[in-house]
Every structure is written in C-alpha cells, then in structure tokens.
Unconditional design. Sequence first.
Length: 303
Amino acid sequence: MSKDEQFMDADWIPFHPNPRKPAYQPPAGAVDAHCHVFGPAKSFPFAPQRKYTPCDASKAQLFALRDHLGFSRNVIVQASCHGRNNDALIDALLSSEGLARGVAVIAPEISDDELNHMHDAGVRAVRFNFVKRLVDATPRKVFLDIAERIARLGWHIVVYFEAADLEELIPFLKQLPTIVVVDHMGRPDVSKSLSDIDFQRFVRLMDENENIWTKVSCPERLSNGGPPYSDVIPFSRLLVERFSNRVLWGTDWPHPNMKSHMPDDGELVDLIPQIASTAQLQRALLVDNPMRLYWPETNTEGK
C-alpha cells in the first residue's frame, strides 16, 4: 500500500491493477462516456463533507486505460468525493489534448466567469446527484436555477438516482430545460423482470420525453450474481435497441464504492456486443451519440 492509499477507507477496493486486453475491438473514435478521476489527494484534496475516501485514481492512469481498452476519448464525471471543487476534473480535461469532456458539480453561487472558464476547459454538463447515501439533499429550486444558467451555455444535465426514487422525481425531471442523461439506467432492480413496474416507468419516461438519454453502464454495480453480469444484459439490450440514438456507455472507472468485487475493465468492454448486437448499434452507442452530445462541432456520422 502506498503512502497515499493508507488514507482511503478501510473497506475501499482499489481499481483492477492489470485489466486484460478486450477481445472486442471498439469502433474507431469510441468514447468511454462515464469515468472519474480521484485526486491525487496530495494535489487535489478530497472534500471535507465527502461520504467516502477513495484511493488516488489519476488522469494519467485513466488515459492509459483508455488506450489499453481501445477507446479514443473520455467523458469524465465529477466524483462526489471532490464535492463542488472541480479542480481535479479541470486539470484532467486540460491535459487531455481535447480528447476528454467533463461533467461538473457546481455551486449555485458560481460566477459566469467560472462557468465560462469551465466551458473553455471542456465541461459540457452538470451532474445532479439524488443518491442519499452519497450526498446531502439539495432543494430542487437550486437545481432548477442552475439548469437555467447552464442551458445558456449549451450544456446538459446528468442525473443519478435509485430506481425507487424515480416516481417522485419525474415531475422535476420534466421541468429541466436541457437534454437529461440518466446514469446507469436509473439503477433498475435486475432481480425483477423487464416488465417490472419500476423499470417500465423508466422506459415510459424515455418514450415520452425525447430529451432524456441514459447510460447503459455499471453492470458490476447492478448485478446480483457478479461476473459475467448476465442478469443485467437484458435491461441494457432493451434500452440500446429501443433508444439507439439516446444511449451512452462507460466503464465507470475506477468503480467507486464497489463492495462485492472489483471488475476487470477488459471484461466490461467485452460485454458491449451482448448489449449492442450490430455494428450499427455499437457505433451509435460508442461513437455517434457521445460525439453528438459532447463534441457537436465534430461530425462523425456517416464517416
């Protein structure tokens, strides 16, 4: 254990030290659309109000993983352990040579100058977290005010919630003025069937609101059986096939707060053909959709 890692939570599981090379080769220009950086704490201290203390997971390690897995770009999501201080995120974006975009967590009092600086660095969205074990509650009015401000920049909103909380959140989600990307399929209970009322509520929400997208990510977090995560695949596949132009995929590296096991990122990549069964669906999921959302100035469709 390194000097820095001794300060992580006692039950923290560090990311896989040697993920295998995937058998599946992603299409050229593929984007890992959900990942994080943690610290390094020596340079970017974690927030005092954090609910967990992770190991360091640096930008250099993230970009090396990107290359190892056969991806071209990253979308880096601000982690709750850093609170509203986005310095580690911004540093990673500025070091990416334009190959990363960011999803920030911001304070309501943030200045226009700060927002503009974040935009120039590569931030294109803000994240609203409703998972009670990770963050303290924030009044909805605060989120709505932030949404109005970031909409003027052309940003969108990423939301994270548990499936049981969706019904109560729907009126709020429908008020948001931008594209809304739901993390990890809204965390369905995969021990239930595809016809379960909670999952069908999420499908209906996407059916009725064309501005709502989702990430078909984190089988390791949703599965009840562990690898090879076969209980999650039908949920992911349904969403990819039904909403092929509104789905994203990401590793979730370095897999914060995993308690059962630490996934091999190469194995996660090899699940992609099982949830996106054709080259056309794979290209939409991994290239066209994330590029349209995060790099709209780069037209990739048809190339």
